[in-house]
Design a protein around this ligand. Sequence first.
Ligand SMILES: [Zn+2]
Length: 437
Amino acid sequence: MGYSALVRRAPERSVPEGRVPAGRGGGEARVGIEIRGGGETRGIRTGDEAHVGSERPATAHTLLRAHLMGMIRDDGPISRSELSRAIGLPRSTITALVAELLSEGVIAEAPARSGGAGSGSGRPATLLSVRKPDGLVAGFDFGHRHIRVAVATAEGHILAEESTHLDVDREADASLDHAGEMLDVVLERAGVSIGDVRAAAACIPAPLNSRTGRVGSPTILASWVDLDPREELRRRTGLACTLGNDAAFGALGEMTYGAARNMSDFIYVKASNGIGAALVLGGRLYRGAQGMAGEIGHTQIDPTGAWCRCGNRGCLEATVSIDVVRRQLEPLGLDPLDPEDMEHPVAIKVLAESGRTVGVVIANLCNTLNPEAVILGGDLASTGAYFTNGVRDSVRHLAQPGPALDTQVMPTSLHGRAELLGAVAAAAAMPHAALTA
Ligand SMILES: [Zn+2]
């Protein structure tokens, strides 16, 4: 039975089997069952019982795609006319399938040389070839007290990741050295080499001057101020690196892989050792004139309060942070990162009150910006529901009644990895990469 018969027996599918949405590991499936082993699948011509891959029955459409891909890979660059003649199907059928493969990015087309294959019809022909893989990307997440590094596919599938605790604030050089060494570890664990990585992105826990790409405040992350983080990472890894603020990358992670995939107006708050926000308005990050927007951690909430790393007193993040919570709970032997410990009555009180304090500042932001949602990330959000509930209490009580009731206050859906996944997304230049500094 030839391909014409197969096509008549099964209507074309609008979504080929084995595909998953882009950005959710789609690339692996996209280049998986239909393409691999094109040599074998080209021989399958006997009917619908044929299988491509191990589980799903192959439809006529899948088989035809596989056959077409096999020909393009083995015989390409090749024109549509040549494919049509070789396969024995009308040019219109081939054109439709080629359009599908082009839209998925699995093949590419380039103009034929004059007089070369496929020319002669009056209109310049184009030749089709299998698109080379985009390569892998690396993501770096620098927090005030941690570094996370991952190597991932361009579609956001993490192959290996590593994290470590370190005083990033005070030890800029050591942190950058560590990051370079951690990249070697994740590459080895993933079984790939640095040559397989085509781009990298890193976020740091400080505002970035949008003109210079350097730390934009002389007091926050002071040991990094004289460094060019992009150049420092390039020197240690050999990779071109996109740089961003940690909360901005957290928002990018949520927009690409998490709860904000369908949101255009939301606030992402990273509450760990510091507290920073990313303001996404109309689908774009609002950075302000110098890239300083969203530094809510330095909102003064108590003029006589504790001194802050920024030089002021009573800043929000000098009053509430995972370090402050840890110090408050230390006498009881409770660890804020231990979920069981956080069910202790004192821990519940401390977390709820911390949430309510952060919520006061967020409620004011809600009145100003009227976001659809507030997404809470960072170590404080990872302690459990009490912190989030505290934030929600303040927003309900203090934001204006209409917007407050409509604004969702939720923890991150990415389990503490929003910033790292945002770095992967930025490196892969996926949608929303305009968020990067
Ligand atoms: Zn401050």
